[in-house]
Design a protein around this ligand. Structure first.
Ligand code: NDP
Length: 333
C-alpha cells in the first residue's frame, strides 16, 4: 500500500532572486519502505541559504538540484513504519529528505534525536546543522582564544545568533550586524551581544570602526562583500576570519567587487579560512554536550521564524534570502 504525499520540485533555475514559479508542488505516491528502510512523516523542514547555490547548475561542494526533481535538505519527522534496526514507530529523526511531507529512506540515513521538551525543529537550528556550523566555525576554524574581540555578521540569523552567544558565554566582547533595528535590538537585548549595528544604516566599515574602536580579532563571516572588507579594515594584527558564507552574493547576477583591501591581509598577517560544516560532523557530540544544557537553562537563547504548510516552503525560502527571518527559518508541515 503506497502513501499519497506531496513534494516540491525545482521547476526552473532562478536567475537572481528566486520566484515562486521556479518551484512546483507535486502529488506523488511513495512506495512502502523496503528492507532496512523507514517511512517518515516530516513535521518540520529547513530552508537554508546554501540551497540557493544548489539551484544553479554549477560545480560546487554539493551537487546542484536537478530540474524537475524534488528538492532536498534538512528535515525532522516521526517514524510511521520501520524495517530498520534501531528505529521504531514514533521515534523522532533528523534526515536530509526535506521539501516533502513524507520520506522513505534507509534507516542509516536517519538520526534519532531526543527533543527533551524542545520543539523537534531545534534539531534543524540551534542543535542541528546551523548550530554545528556556529560551534565548529568559531572554535575550530577561527580558533577562538582568550581575549579575542569577535565580530559576527548575520547576527540575528540561525548561525550568527549562536556564534555570538557561544563567544559571549566564553567571556568575549562580541559585536554583531543585522539588517533591521528590530534585529539589532534582539541581538543586544535578547542575545546579550555587547554592540550591534544595522548594516543598512551606513557604510559597514564606519559602523564597525565605531562599534570596535580597539579593533577585532575574529570575524565570523556569514555575509561577505562589504562586510568582509570592513572586517579586514578592523582587524588587529593576526586577525582570523572563519568564512562561513557570503549571502550578500547568493542572488547577485554580477560578482561582488568587495573586498578591495586584500593587501591589508599581508601587513596585518591575517588568516581568512573557509569551511564546510560537514567536515566537522565529529563535533556534533560536543555541540550537544555544551549547547543543549545552555539552551535548557536559558544561557543560550534561540528564535525561530515558522511558516506553515509545504505549499509555503518556496516563499519561506525566498523570504529567508530577503531577511524576513529572525533566528532559524523553518516550515512546519
Ligand atoms: P540566516 O538565518 O542568517 O538567514 C539569512 C539572513 O541573511 C537573512 O535573515 C538576512 O538577515 C541576511 N541577509 C540576506 N541578504 C543579506 C545581505 N545582502 N547582506 C547581509 N545580510 C543579508 O541563515 P543561516 O544562519 O542559516 O546562514 C548564515 C550564513 O551561513 C549563510 O551565508 C549560509 O550560507 C552560511 N552557512 C554556511 C555553512 C557552511 O558549512 N559553511 C553551513 C550553514 C550556513 P538581515 O536581515 O540581517 O539582512
Amino acid at each position: 500500500m503506497s502513501t499519497p504525499t506531496r513534494e516540491i520540485r525545482l521547476a526552473a533555475r532562478p536567475h537572481g532572486e528566486p520566484r515562486p514559479t521556479d518551484f512546483e508542488l507535486v502529488d506523488v505516491e511513495l512506495p512502502d519502505p523496503g528492507a532496512d528502510q523507514v517511512l517518515i512523516r516530516n513535521t518540520y523542514m529547513s530552508v537554508d541559504p546554501y540551497m540557493r547555490g544548489r539551484m544553479n547548475d554549477v560545480k560546487s561542494y554539493t551537487p546542484p538540484f536537478q530540474l524537475g526533481a524534488a528538492l532536498d535538505g534538512g528535515a525532522v519527522g516521526e517514524v510511521v513504519a520501520s524495517n530498520a534496526e534501531g528505529l521504531a514507530v514514533g521515534d523522532v529523526v533528523v534526515h536530509q529528505l526535506g521539501w516533502r511531507e513524507h520520506a522513505v529512506l534507509a534507516g542509516k540515513h536517519a538520526r534519532k534525536v531526543d527533543p527533551q521538551g524542545l520543539s523537534p525543529s531545534a534539531f534543524l537550528g540551534v542543535l542541528g546543522m546551523p548550530g554545528l556550523t556556529a560551534y565548529a566555525g568559531l572554535l575550530d576554524v577561527a580558533g577562538l582564544k582568550d581575549g579575542d574581540v569577535v565580530f559576527v555578521s548575520g547576527a540575528a540569523g540561525a548561525v550568527g545568533s549562536l556564534a555570538g552567544q557561544i563567544a559571549k558565554l566564553r567571556g568575549h566582547t562580541v559585536i554583531g550586524s543585522a539588517g533591521s533595528a528590530e534585529k539589532v535590538a534582539h541581538v543586544i537585548d535578547d542575545l546579550g551581544f555587547d554592540q550591534a549595528f544595522n548594516y543598512k544604516d551606513g557604510p559597514v566599515t564606519e559602523q564597525l570602526a565605531a562599534a570596535a574602536p580597539d579593533g577585532i580579532d575574529v570575524y565570523f563571516d556569514n555575509v561577505g562583500g562589504e562586510h568582509l572588507e570592513a572586517a579586514i579594515d578592523a582587524f588587529n594584527l593576526h586577525g582570523r576570519a572563519a568564512l562561513c558564507g557570503m549571502i550578500s552574493n547568493y542572488n547577485a547576477t554580477e560578482p561582488n567587487p568587495a573586498p578591495r583591501n586584500m593587501m591589508t591581509l599581508v601587513g596585518k598577517r591575517i588568516t581568512l579560512r573557509g569551511f564546510i560544516v560537514t567536515d566537522h560532523a565529529a563535533r556534533v557530540k560536543d555541540l550537544i554536550a555544551e549547547v543543549a544544557p545552555a539552551v535548557a537553562d536559558g544561557r543560550i537563547r534561540f528564535r525561530e521564524t515558522v511558516r506553515e504548510g509545504l505549499e509555503n516552503a518556496p516563499q519561506a525560502f525566498i523570504d529567508l534570502l530577503r531577511g524576513a527571518n529572525t533566528g532559524k527559518m523553518v516550515v512546519k508541515l
